[in-house]
Design a protein around this ligand. Structure first.
Ligand SMILES: *Cc1c(COP(=O)(O)O)cnc(C)c1O
Length: 403
């Protein structure tokens, strides 16, 4: 019997909660109140407490949270916004939709996040904001990013879509900068039942502005002082998310345990090694500088000053064509895996008409796009499933020995 390991198993998480989820659904059904109301307000209160922020505003998606945040920060035509080039599309798409220019910054090959030094090289007098993404669940180098922002008067919007509850030097990600955007897309650490998102901030004016924008910039009824949109989170979604919200930390703990297990089991393999922190953009004093074996795998690392919530466990598979070969090999064995992301945003067709400086100097991202492969890390993985993933990877290198 082969152990099947999907990349994600939402039923393993949701079906044990069926009774409470059904009760939440029925509560909203019987209330007859589907837009706004008590469930939405309760979700926002509870999420603000969990994330240690003054204000949480629920929204229709993580993408809309980014969009509304940028509008509230005053970003518009002619402005430039620094974004990592190695992230999900929404981070940059929102900037472009507002008529502003996303300026793509290279990322660090060790922590996968935006490199503040590379960001500094792309500043112009039009740069208004920066969007650090806490990719795969680990915080970007926020001290350097905040220093850069202060020196150049930039707004800082944290993209926390993959990083709910992640911490940087004791601070919860989301309100280290001016504000943050989170996602409850089903594959995120707190996965909802459709699309939903959250805006967080300690600034009451920004919170008020986003609350206004999510309802067509309308207040009072049928009087519009701003052009917003319908960016509201459904009451049904809020009620069901409230069932899972208190479990967020437990889910992240299980993801951390899975990550530790993978790393511990794999790093004894002669061709597999953890990433070298001294090559990171983050100021880390640790470790030894191993030569990278050009045939092997580099494992992701979690820094002691961060709480990494492991939305993804992402390998770097070294060697021309090796990543695609490993992906095919694992897929063949019934092990789910995915490439996050196969093409840096600076090379996307839709951004071909951006100015050259907005798209150039991104060698690390280009390299990562050829090497990365994310393996199953969801909280409900069994020991047997994790071992099947590891065995699958080891088998690939057994076949490869002597290549
Ligand atoms: C998922 C994601 C988003 C968008 O969130 P949605 O809720 O899917 O709209 C934005 N940024 C990053 C980094 C993401 O992973």
């Amino acid at each position: 019997m082969v152990t099947q390991v999907p990349l994600l198993d939402v039923n393993a998480q949701n079906l044990p909660l069926k009774k409470d989820l059904t009760a939440a659904f029925e509560r909203v059904l019987e209330s007859g109140r589907f837009i706004g109301g008590a469930e939405v307000e309760a979700l926002e209160r509870e999420a603000a407490r969990l994330l240690d922020v003054a204000h949480a505003v629920s929204l229709s998606s993580g993408t809309d949270a980014l969009l509304a945040a940028l509008v509230a920060l005053g970003i518009g035509p002619g402005d430039e916004v620094l974004v990592p080039t190695f992230t999900f599309f929404a981070t940059a798409g929102c900037v472009a939709r507002l008529g502003a220019t996303p300026v793509f910054v290279d990322v660090c090959p060790v922590c996968f996040n935006l490199d503040a030094d590379r960001a500094a090289e792309k500043l112009t007098d039009k740069t208004k904001a920066i969007i650090p993404v806490h990719l795969f669940g680990q915080a970007a180098d926020m001290d350097s990013i905040m220093d850069l922002a202060e020196d150049h008067d930039l707004r800082v919007l944290e993209d926390c879509a993959q990083a709910i509850g992640a911490k940087y030097r004791g601070k919860t990600c989301g309100a280290i900068g001016h504000c943050g955007a989170l996602s409850f897309f089903p594959s995120k650490n707190l996965g909802g039942f459709g699309d939903a998102g959250l805006f967080v901030t300690n600034d009451p004016d920004l919170a008020r502005e986003v609350t206004h924008l999510r309802n067509h910039g309308m207040d009072p009824k049928y009087y519009h002082s701003k052009i917003g949109g319908n960016f509201r989170c459904d009451a049904l979604q809020a009620a069901m998310l409230r069932v899972k919200l208190p479990l967020t930390e437990q889910y992240s703990r299980l993801r951390q345990e899975n990550a530790e297990y993978y790393t511990r089991q794999m790093w004894d393999h002669p061709l597999i090694q953890p990433a070298s922190p001294e090559n990171c953009c983050c100021p880390i004093n640790a470790g030894h500088d191993d030569e990278e074996d050009k045939r092997g795998i580099i494992l992701p690392v979690a820094y002691p000053h961060n709480v990494h919530v492991w939305n993804q466990y992402t390998l770097r598979v070294l060697g021309e064509g090796r990543r695609d070969a490993l992906k095919a090999h694992l897929t063949e064995r019934g092990i789910g895996c995915e490439i996050y992301y196969p093409l840096p945003l600076d090379q996307q067709e839709c951004f071909a008409n951006l100015p050259e400086f907005a798209r150039d100097h991104t060698p690390n991202a280009t390299q990562l796009a050829r090497e990365v492969l994310s393996i199953p890390i969801y909280p409900e993985l069994t020991r047997e499933q994790k071992d099947a993933v590891i065995d699958g990877i080891f088998a690939f290198y057994e076949d490869a020995v002597g290549d």
